[in-house]
Write a new protein. Structure first.
Length: 95
């Protein structure tokens, strides 16, 4: 995705990806959960705010699949844990 990707752009791409996953019909989902999309990440080129992370989780939950999250990166140390936790909380709330 391009530098400066906003939630609107990210959300549209996420929708396309989730539609493709649903059409494929997997038995389970593995999510590589990186925090590098956060606007505060020192090496990020994205513009996602903290409030967007629970929205990601809710959208992933809509697939209604057994899901494993693998934390794989992110360098905004103070916000990485809360953002990852918010994805999981959004996922839980969306189930």
């Amino acid at each position: 995705m391009p530098r400066g990707t906003t939630w609107a752009q990210y959300s549209a791409t996420l929708s396309s990806a989730l539609d493709a996953v649903a059409r494929f019909g997997p038995d389970a989902l593995v999510v590589s959960l990186g925090g590098g999309t956060y606007v505060g990440d020192p090496i990020s080129a994205f513009a996602l705010e903290c409030e967007h992370f629970p929205l990601m989780g809710r959208r992933l939950a809509q697939l209604r699949l057994p899901t494993v999250f693998v934390l794989e990166g992110g360098y905004a140390v103070e916000d990485l844990g809360p953002n990852a936790s918010d994805v999981l909380g959004g996922f839980d709330a969306g189930r």
